[in-house]
Design a protein around this ligand. Structure first.
Ligand code: 3MF
Ligand code: MG
Length: 343
């Protein structure tokens, strides 16, 4: 049992493509993925705009909406929800230099078109959450963009989305780098500042992914706490990461169990999920994994969340208070280690 609702995206059943090698697994057809998600305890699907409506660039708004309604039927068939829609602004030739911060007017307009269409798709899928992972909003060459101008352009783009639909909430997924060198929205602090500068801060929230915090050299639980302190943690992407290197999206808790424990602890203690927030699992299967077991990373991550919820339920807050009163943090730390080790 878990107190949380879980979500995942079709990309989490990845084919194993990476920089130095091609796909090693077949693409799982959408309906099959939805079925599998349901079977392993996931209750909502995360979407990129073109996961829901492939070839959307060549379609009219009405055609896009109609296609989204077909996807909604598949979700309904399995009693699944849509958590969010995220414009995929990193694959298309129009977004080679970013979208909202592109130097090209035409490419900027394309990015806004995709952002508005993502809102249309979200409404059809029955969600008011839009996620912006600002993949290429930043630079590969520092001198190529005026950073102050571009950050204001980004805020302006978010305002246009807020104006386009009065009901949508925008969740910014911070990440410091990859695929670009320097991102304009690298941490939850950046997201909170952008939110505060927007025309409706109550509708601009944060999505914290564990691996992204680690890539920024920060502690994921602490990043979640920062957003929670402002009542703005709209979603999380749980996973793990072996230090500051390429984005690994490993199974949750597989590298740092104590960090994972503290992420679950901060979510439980702050009633995360009470307003319908999902615990997203954004993990990639290892490239070595064979086709038929290409979903275990998801199943294992959910299992780890549940086991850690049990550990949190056992956490002895009286003992913690005593350690704090005596300022014996060594004792508290050892207690946590023994709790996690079942010692
Ligand atoms: C990249 C990510 C992305 C986002 C997704 C939804 C492909 O590091 O984490 O996954 O989560 O685009 O915003
Ligand atoms: Mg993510």
């Amino acid at each position: 049992m878990s107190q949380f609702k879980f979500s995942a995206g079709p990309w989490n059943l990845n084919e194993g493509v990476e920089t130095f090698g091609p796909a090693v697994r077949n693409t799982v057809p959408f309906e099959e993925a939805v079925k599998k998600f349901k079977e392993i305890g996931i209750s909502a699907v995360q979407f990129h705009d073109d996961d829901a409506v492939p070839n959307m660039n060549n379609m009219t708004i009405e055609e896009i909406k109609a296609e989204a309604r077909n996807v909604k039927k598949i979700l309904d068939k399995y009693g699944m929800e849509a958590e969010f829609v995220a414009p995929r602004l990193w694959m298309d030739p129009h977004t080679t230099d970013g979208g909202f911060t592109s130097n090209s007017k035409e490419d900027y307009e394309f990015a806004m078109w995709r952002a508005f269409r993502s809102i249309d798709i979200a409404k059809e899928l029955g969600t008011n959450r839009i996620v912006l992972w600002l993949a290429r909003e930043g630079t590969l060459c520092a001198e190529s963009k005026n950073p102050v101008e571009k950050i204001n352009q980004l805020i302006d783009s978010i305002n246009k989305m807020l104006e386009y639909d009065k009901d949508i909430h925008i969740l910014i997924e911070s990440k410091p780098n990859e695929p670009i060198d320097r991102s304009y929205c690298g941490t939850i602090g950046h997201v909170m500042a952008v939110s505060a500068a927007s025309i409706d801060p109550s509708r601009v929230e944060a999505l914290l992914e564990s691996a992204h915090a680690i890539l920024a050299g920060l502690d994921p639980a602490n990043e979640m706490a920062f957003a929670l302190a402002f009542n703005k943690l709209g979603s999380v992407h749980l996973n793990d990461q072996n230090g500051i290197r390429y984005d690994q999206d490993k199974a949750f808790g597989s590298e740092s169990l104590r960090n994972a424990f503290n992420q679950v602890k901060v979510l439980v203690e702050n009633g995360y999920g009470k307003n319908g927030e999902y615990v997203g699992i954004d993990v990639k299967a290892m490239r070595t994994q064979k086709q038929d077991v290409g979903y275990k990373h998801l199943e294992n991550s959910i299992k780890v969340v549940k086991l850690l919820e049990e550990k949190v339920a056992k956490f002895d807050y009286e003992f913690q208070k005593k350690c704090v009163a005596e300022r014996d943090y060594e004792a508290l730390e050892m207690y946590v280690m023994e709790l996690l080790l079942n010692a």
